[in-house]
Design a protein around this ligand. Sequence first.
Ligand code: FES
Length: 138
Amino acid sequence: MPESLLPAQPELLCEAAALEERGRAQVFDVLLYGAPARAFALRFEGRVVAYLNRCVHVPTEMDWQEGQFLDMDRRWILCSIHGAAYEPADGRCVGGPCGKGRLTPIRVEERGGKVYWYPSRDIRPVSFDAPPSESLPA
Ligand code: FES
């Protein structure tokens, strides 16, 4: 079966306790259509949500500082560039220059005290080729 048709294996993202309610997000590297990109996960109303770190207005990263995506009231995801506001629960644009757009969601799962994310056809994990193992003398 081609690799693209296999069910996605979850990737460990972080300890569940690392994501506090409306706190700092966990930022992680992905490959978007094979090119390096970043994504983030945060906890909102008890649930972990994750999105590509890419504004709908201009395809750029949105955090104010690494992992800081929420506005001062911790109610909306706010793009630091021109202030587009998104609903954390579903990534929908609720104000500003993102129009009827929506952040690109990434499936996440919280299980056994850890958070996992699921690659998709378009968003893949960054994998590093293992260095060749040293050959042992015969
Ligand atoms: S780039 Fe995000 S609002 Fe313009």
